[in-house]
Design a protein around this ligand. Structure first.
Ligand code: XIL
Length: 358
C-alpha cells in the first residue's frame, strides 16, 4: 500500500516537472513584480488550447480584446449582449485572473451605428450615461478597473477629437463635436456612479511620438484633479515599432508616473514591419531589435514607475497569430511575444530580461 503511494507520488512529481519543462520553464507572472496582462478573445480561448495554456501560465490578468466594447455589447439600441463578456469573466474568476474592462466610451468606427447617428447632444449624453450605468452595474465587483474613455485626443493638433469621419471615410462617433470638449469628465463621473469601487483609467495611443497629445492628457489629468473628477489611472497603449525612439517611451512613462496615478501599459505590441509591406519577413536583426524594445519597455516601466503605481503591462494578444496588427496595417507583421505557432520568440526573452530574471 505504502509502496504504491510513494510510486504514485514520484510519478506525479515527475510528470509535473516534465510538463513544466515542456512548456518552456519560467512563467512571466511568477517572476514579474507587476501584474502581467494579455488581451484575450473568448472564441480563441475556447478553440485554441495552446493559446489558453499560455495565457493561464504567463498572465495575471486579462483585457477583453473586443467583448466588452460598445460595438459588441449594444450593437442594437436597447439590446444588451453580455454573453461573450460574461463567459470571459467566468473563465477569469475560475483561473484567478484580474479583469480590466475595455472600454466604456470610444469614438472609433466600430461604435454602434445607431449611436453614431445621434446628432442631438442631450440625447447622445443620455444614451451614454444609461449605457455606462447598465454596463458598470452589470460588471460591478467582477471588473477591477475600466478604461472609461479611449482616445479622446486627435493626432494632429493633439486637442479633443472632433470628426464625423476618419481618413478612409468611415463614420465615427463624434463625441467632441456633439457633446463638447469636456465630455470625458462627465463620462468618468457616470462610471464612478455606476461602480464606485472600480479604478477608472484614461487610455490612449501614440503619446511616445506625439508630445502635443501627451501634454493634453497631462493637462486633462490636472484639470480633473482640480475639479474632483474621479480618475485613478492612465493607460499607455504602446503600439510601437522597433524604431520607436527610446526617449519618447521614457518621456511618456515618466510623465504619467509623475501624475501619481496608476500607470498601465495597456496594449503593448512591437511591430517589426516598419515599411508596412505585404511580403515582409523578419530577419535575425529585426528579431533582435524587437527583443531589445520589449526589454527596454519593461525595464523602463520598472525603473520609472513607483511600485505602488505599477498597474501592470498588458500585451495586445499572446502570439503573432492573434495579433490585430496585420489586419490593421494590411501587411504582414509579427509584433508579439510568441510566434504564429505559439512558440516563444526572442521578444519573450527580452521581456524576462526587463523583469530582471535572466
Ligand atoms: C482592436 C482589436 O484588437 C481588433 O480585433 C478590432 O478589430 C479593433 O480593435 N486600440 C484599442 C483597442 O484601444 O481596442 C484596439 O483593439 C487596438 C487599438
Amino acid at each position: 500500500m505504502q509502496i504504491r503511494f510513494v510510486f504514485c507520488l514520484v510519478f506525479l512529481l515527475y510528470s509535473q516537472t516534465s510538463h513544466a519543462q515542456s512548456e518552456g520553464g519560467l512563467s512571466l507572472s511568477s517572476v514579474s513584480p507587476f501584474p502581467v496582462g494579455f488581451a484575450v478573445d473568448p472564441v480563441l480561448l475556447k478553440s485554441d488550447r495552446v493559446f489558453r495554456e499560455l495565457f493561464i501560465k504567463h498572465g495575471d490578468g486579462l483585457t477583453a480584446t473586443n467583448s466588452m466594447k460598445p460595438s459588441r455589447i449594444i450593437r442594437e439600441k436597447g439590446r444588451y449582449h453580455f454573453e461573450e463578456a460574461d463567459a470571459l469573466i467566468d473563465f477569469a474568476v475560475k483561473n484567478n485572473k484580474r479583469v480590466h474592462g475595455h472600454t466604456l466610451v470610444w469614438f472609433n468606427e466600430s461604435a454602434p451605428r445607431w449611436l453614431k447617428e445621434i446628432r442631438d447632444s442631450a440625447t447622445l449624453e443620455n444614451n451614454l450615461r444609461e449605457y455606462i450605468r447598465v454596463v458598470g452595474e452589470h460588471f460591478r465587483g467582477k471588473v477591477k478597473s475600466w478604461d472609461v474613455v479611449n482616445e479622446v485626443f486627435d493626432d494632429l493638433a493633439g486637442d479633443v477629437r472632433i470628426a464625423d469621419y476618419n481618413e478612409k471615410g468611415a463614420a465615427l462617433l463624434n463625441l467632441g463635436g456633439v457633446l463638447g470638449k469636456d465630455y470625458a469628465a462627465r463620462m468618468f463621473q457616470y462610471a464612478h456612479q455606476a461602480d464606485p469601487e472600480a479604478l477608472l483609467f484614461y487610455n490612449d495611443y501614440g503619446q511616445e511620438t506625439n508630445p502635443g497629445k501627451l501634454n493634453h492628457i497631462i493637462r486633462m489629468v490636472k484639470d480633473f484633479k482640480a475639479r474632483g473628477i474621479p480618475i485613478h489611472g492612465l493607460g499607455i497603449q504602446m503600439h510601437i515599432n522597433i524604431d520607436t525612439p527610446e526617449s519618447g517611451i521614457e518621456k511618456v512613462i515618466a510623465s504619467f508616473a509623475a501624475t501619481g496615478l496608476q500607470v498601465h501599459i495597456s496594449e503593448l505590441d512591437v511591430s517589426m514591419n516598419t515599411g508596412k509591406t505585404k511580403q515582409f519577413r523578419p530577419g535575425a536583426a529585426q528579431f533582435l531589435q524587437q527583443k531589445q524594445k520589449y526589454r527596454f519597455v519593461v525595464e523602463t516601466y520598472r525603473r520609472l514607475v513607483p511600485a505602488s503605481q505599477q498597474y501592470g503591462i498588458t500585451t495586445w494578444g499572446v502570439g503573432d497569430k492573434d495579433s490585430w496588427i496585420p489586419q490593421f496595417c494590411n501587411c504582414s507583421d509579427f509584433p508579439l511575444l510568441f510566434d504564429q505557432e505559439y512558440q516563444p520568440k526572442p521578444a519573450l526573452e527580452g521581456y524576462f530580461e526587463g523583469v530582471g530574471t535572466k
